[in-house]
Design a protein around this ligand. Structure first.
Ligand SMILES: [Zn+2]
Length: 291
C-alpha cells in the first residue's frame, strides 16, 4: 500500500483549517457523498496512525513488494512481525466513527465508502460494500497459483509452527506488523500455500506495488457518481488516495477533509477540519437524522 509516497509531504507548517462542522453537515445533507477514509479513522479502535499527534512520521520501515518477492529473509521478517501484529488487528473492533459512517450510508447521506485501511473495520461495522483500496489483512493470496484464502486459517498454521510470540511493548502500525528482535525473526517459520507450496502474501498492496487497475477505476466511478467527496482521517500522503481528491476537485465537486493535521489535499478542499472523528461523525449523524 502507500504507493508513490512522496518524501516530505504535508509536514511543512500548519495549513489553515477552514470552515466549520456546519459546512460538513450541509455537504452531507445534500446526500450522495463519497467517503475516502484513512488510518486516522481507526486510531480510536487502537490501531495507531502513521503519524503521532504532532504529525511527525513514526519510525517505521515498511516492507516493499520487491523485497517481499525477492527475498526469503524479507518474507520471514514480514510474516514474523505480522504474526504478532495480527493478534491486535484481529481483536480490533469498529469505533463510533465507523458506525456513524455506516449510519450515514444507510440513511442515504453517504453513497460509497472507499478506504485506504487494511484493517477491515468498515466491513465489521456493516459497510460490506466498502472498497478496500489497499486490500485487506484478513485475506492471503498465493503468488504461485493465485488462490485466495483466509488469514484466520493461516494464523492457525503459523501458531502451530511458531506458537504465540509474546513481545512486550510491541508497537503496532497500521500495516498490521510490529518491530521485532532479530532473533525472533530468524527463528520464525513461514507457511507455504497449501495447494501448491508457493509463496503466500497478505492480500494487501505493498509499497512499490500498484493498486489493481479495475479497483482504481471502480473508485473513480464511485467518485463520479457522487455529488461530493468527504475525506476522513487521511493525510493523503500517497497518490493512491490523493488522486481521487484531485479528480473530484477537477470535476467541480465539493471536497471536505476532516483530519488531525494538514493534508496534501487541502488545496483542493473547500472545508478542512481537525476534529476527533468518532464524536464528530456521531454528532453529524444525529443532527442529520433528527432533522
Ligand atoms: Zn498456491
Amino acid at each position: 500500500m502507500h504507493v508513490h509516497r512522496t518524501p516530505g509531504g504535508p509536514e511543512t507548517g500548519p495549513a489553515p483549517r477552514t470552515g466549520g462542522l456546519a459546512e460538513v453537515e450541509r455537504l452531507l445533507a445534500g446526500r450522495d457523498v463519497a467517503v475516502l477514509s484513512g488510518a486516522g479513522l481507526s486510531t480510536e479502535s487502537g490501531i495507531p496512525d502513521y503519524r503521532g499527534a504532532t504529525g511527525s512520521r513514526r519510525r517505521h520501515t515498511p516492507m516493499t513488494y520487491q523485497e517481499f518477492v525477492a527475498s526469503e529473509q524479507g518474507r520471514r521478517r514480514y510474516w514474523a512481525r505480522s504474526h504478532v501484529g495480527w493478534q491486535a488487528i484481529a481483536r480490533a473492533e469498529p469505533n463510533a466513527g465507523h458506525r456513524a459512517v455506516e449510519g450515514l450510508r444507510r440513511s442515504g447521506f453517504v453513497s460509497a465508502v472507499i478506504t485506504q485501511n487494511v484493517d477491515g473495520l468498515h466491513r465489521a461495522a456493516g459497510t460490506l460494500g466498502a472498497v478496500e483500496l489497499h486490500g485487506g489483512l484478513d485475506r492471503v493470496v498465493c503468488l504461485g497459483c493465485g488462490r485466495r484464502s483466509s488469514r484466520a486459517d493461516l494464523d492457525r498454521r503459523l501458531h502451530a509452527l511458531n506458537g504465540t510470540l509474546f513481545v512486550p511493548d510491541a508497537a503496532l502500525n497500521p500495516d498490521g506488523d510490529v518491530q521485532l528482535p532479530g532473533a525472533l525473526v530468524e527463528a520464525f517459520r513461514v507457511a507455504p500455500c497449501e495447494a501448491c507450496g508457493g509463496v503466500l502474501k497478505p492480500d494487501v498492496v505493498f509499497f512499490g506495488e500498484s493498486v489493481p487497475k479495475p479497483r482504481v477505476q471502480q473508485c473513480y466511478d464511485l467518485v463520479d457518481a457522487a455529488r461530493a467527496l468527504l475525506v476522513l482521517g487521511s493525510s493523503l500522503t500517497v497518490m493512491s488516495g490523493l488522486r481521487f481528491v484531485r479528480h473530484a476537485a477537477r470535476a467541480g465537486k465539493p471536497v471536505a477533509i476532516v483530519n488531525q493535521g494538514a493534508t496534501r489535499g487541502d488545496e483542493y478542499a473547500g472545508t478542512t477540519l481537525a476534529l476527533p472523528l468518532g464524536a464528530t461523525l456521531t454528532t453529524l449523524l444525529e443532527q442529520l437524522t433528527s432533522s
